[in-house]
Design a binder for this molecule. Structure first.
Ligand SMILES: C[S@@+](CC[C@H](N)C(=O)[O-])C[C@H]1O[C@@H](n2cnc3c(N)ncnc32)[C@H](O)[C@@H]1O
Length: 398
């Protein structure tokens, strides 16, 4: 077994010899790989040994998305691990489907099964469809490995040819990567967004996962749009259909979930920088809900009409933004910053920026912070002027 095609090589991993090898190579560090491979090749086919080592590597990469326990027993492809929905986000979405009364979902473009697994764990019956034979085989193996094969039926097919009548809901997570990397044009997705929207409209309830950078103008009027972040990182946007939320916009922050619902507030007024600066969560910014986040803060206003930093004179606990106490405000200038950091004995400097072209790494190199204290500098515009705001995070109970 030397150069087997990927599907045959994956099937070999599911045999008892393959599974035993997978157990043996579990947790192999990159530095040990060569020695481990040399030893195992004495008793096993070369191709099987490299397939097992490759799978072990993918499992390690998958821990961040699926957690150590699940990743250790699941199977992956390089694209599959890259494109899968992380477990926290998939579980949140599955819970929303469940709340909507959904008991069966056609998961169109299931990949290696990130969403299908979460849906099944929420007690939902899933038809999981992917046209790539290896990916479908991996999804099937994952359903079995996690004891969910009673609830997940994996079908190798083109989603455009699958009849979804009879399912309570449809979920589509189109392929957004091509030969040249990420695809930004929604019509370049596989299948194109317009196809997914038609499929969604034909179902009682539907959710379409899309890139968080989608322009708001591209959101269909009959969809509710939700931007989701996990631990402060924006992960995706979802278009919901059939949920009586047409035209609604929300930002959901995980863990939690904490959801901020848009109510069409106008932009907050610009005001002088107060004692506190709030950096809204990325999902809030992408959802254009900075005004709604500012409304939660006593006297909150913007530092500049084009910048998503909120300022206020007092602290209010909010999950939707991180608060910083500002100690210094000064016009942008490397020498000025260097002098200030020396005076404050700042050795650990976090650089954040909005509306500034300065490269944080380059700035840090130039100012050479030294000293026992830490601080955060915001490079931004304040009422049109390039400005530096120095401060530190304030812990608030939310
Ligand atoms: C973004 S991934 C899905 C990830 C999945 N939700 C998960 O969490 O693991 C997209 C998948 O769509 C599949 N795909 C793309 N076009 C398809 C089509 N027309 N029919 C079926 N599957 C398709 C690709 O093979 C790929 O596995």
């Amino acid at each position: 077994m030397n150069d087997l095609d990927p599907l045959t090589s994956f099937a070999a991993l599911l045999t008892s010899e393959g599974r035993a090898l997978l157990d043996e190579v579990r947790g192999t560090e990159p530095a040990q790989e060569l020695a481990v491979a040399t030893r195992l090749r004495r008793g096993h086919p070369v191709g099987l040994v490299s397939a097992a080592l490759g799978q072990a590597r993918l499992r390690q990469r998958a821990v961040a998305k699926f957690g150590a326990a699940d990743a250790a027993g699941m199977f992956f492809t390089p694209n599959g691990v890259e494109q899968s929905t992380r477990a926290s986000v998939a579980a949140y979405r599955a819970a929303r489907f469940r709340e909507l009364g959904v008991r069966s979902v056609a998961d169109l473009c299931c990949g290696i099964g990130g969403d299908a697994i979460a849906l099944a764990r929420a007690g939902i019956r899933v038809l999981a469809v992917d046209r790539d034979p290896l990916t479908a085989a991996v999804a099937r193996a994952n359903a079995e490995a996690l004891g969910l094969d009673e609830l997940i039926e994996v079908r190798e097919a083109d989603v455009t040819e699958v009849d979804t009548a009879g399912y309570d809901a449809v979920f589509v997570d189109p392929g957004r990567r091509g030969g040249r990397g990420r695809i930004f044009d929604p019509e370049g997705y596989s299948p194109p967004l317009s196809w997914a929207v038609r499929a969604a409209r034909a179902a009682p309830v539907a959710a379409l996962k899309i890139a968080p950078g989608i322009p708001h103008e591209a959101v269909p009027a009959d969809a509710g749009a939700e931007w989701i972040s996990d631990s402060g990182d924006v992960k995706e946007a979802v278009l919901w259909f059939g949920t009586r939320e047409a035209g609604s916009v929300r930002a959901t922050l995980l863990p939690g979930p904490r959801t901020l619902l848009g109510c069409g507030l106008p932009d907050p007024a610009v005001r002088p920088v107060g004692r506190f600066l709030y950096e809204p969560d990325g999902a809030v910014i992408r959802a254009h809900l900075v005004a709604e986040a500012a409304a939660e803060l006593d006297g909150g206003g913007l530092v500049d009409e084009t910048i998503a930093y909120i300022t206020a004179d007092s602290t209010t606990a909010t999950p939707y933004a991180t608060a910083y106490e500002i100690t210094d405000q000064l016009p942008f200038g490397v020498k000025k910053l260097k002098a200030l950091l020396r005076q404050r004995e700042v050795g650990i400097l976090t650089v954040k920026k909005r509306g500034s072209a300065v490269e944080p790494e380059e700035l840090r190199r130039k100012v050479k912070p030294q000293g026992p204290h830490s601080a955060t500098v915001f490079l931004t515009r304040v009422q049109g002027a390039p400005t530096m705001l120095l401060g530190h995070p304030v812990a608030l109970d939310t």
